[in-house]
Design a protein around this ligand. Structure first.
Ligand SMILES: Cc1cc2nc3c(=O)[nH]c(=O)nc-3n(C[C@H](O)[C@H](O)[C@H](O)COP(=O)(O)O)c2cc1C
Length: 186
């Protein structure tokens, strides 16, 4: 998906350990963004969300104005033109922190004044993931979750960057993934 140089990229780090392969791969791709592109990096481990509360059909079904970590994530999401979910492959899908973030979208759709649905339309979703299987089709559920969620909100699909890794640092040996990273966003 083409993007102009002034675009804002929000990188959501969704791994459950520091210095993971997913982050390394995402940073390798980000290094090739145009210098004018704005990058925001948020680590979901540093922005913990409470368990998601489904109050859609309770009373008015209106969600309160987000505060704290939730507000940081909502504001950064709305400010971004490109949303890059950097989640390791966990049980064939996104990590629990990435999934919880997506669950919050359901609430943000119902936050008065957030205009979430209209403001998400036209943004682009990307995913970067590390997996320890050599069979990349095992990441299809992760890709499907993000692609269909993006589609639900009228977002574009940018693409998926997959890398093979298990222990921290393994990704540096996946030269194919690191080569793909160079042009991932172009
Ligand atoms: C909870 C958990 C579930 C995992 N599930 C899968 C999986 O379904 N398929 C896979 O190939 N690797 C799986 N892995 C391995 C990780 O994807 C792999 O170690 C990856 O390099 C971790 O990324 P990170 O270094 O960014 O943390 C799993 C690891 C954990 C901790």
């Amino acid at each position: 998906m083409p993007h102009d140089d002034q675009s804002t990229f929000l990188f959501l780090l969704a791994g459950a350990r520091e210095g993971g392969n997913t982050e390394t791969l995402a940073r390798a791709a980000a290094a090739h963004l145009p210098t004018q592109a704005r990058q925001t990096w948020l680590n979901l481990r540093e922005l913990p969300l409470a368990p998601f509360d489904d109050i859609r059909h309770a009373g008015a079904g209106v969600y309160p104005q987000p505060e704290g970590a939730e507000k940081v994530l909502l504001d950064a999401t709305l400010a971004a033109d490109h949303l890059v979910v950097a989640s390791p492959l966990y049980w064939y899908s996104v990590s629990s922190s990435a999934k919880l973030y997506l669950d919050y979208w359901s609430g943000w759709l119902r936050v008065p004044g957030a205009d979430f649905k209209a403001r998400m339309r036209g943004k682009t979703m990307w995913v970067v993931t590390a997996l320890s299987s050599t069979d990349q089709t095992t990441a299809d559920p992760l890709i499907g979750t993000l692609k269909l969620s993006a589609q639900y909100l009228g977002m574009h699909w940018g693409g998926a960057l997959l890398g093979y890794a298990n222990r921290p640092g393994d990704i540096t040996a996946d030269t194919e993934a690191l080569t793909r990273a160079k042009t991932f966003f172009s």
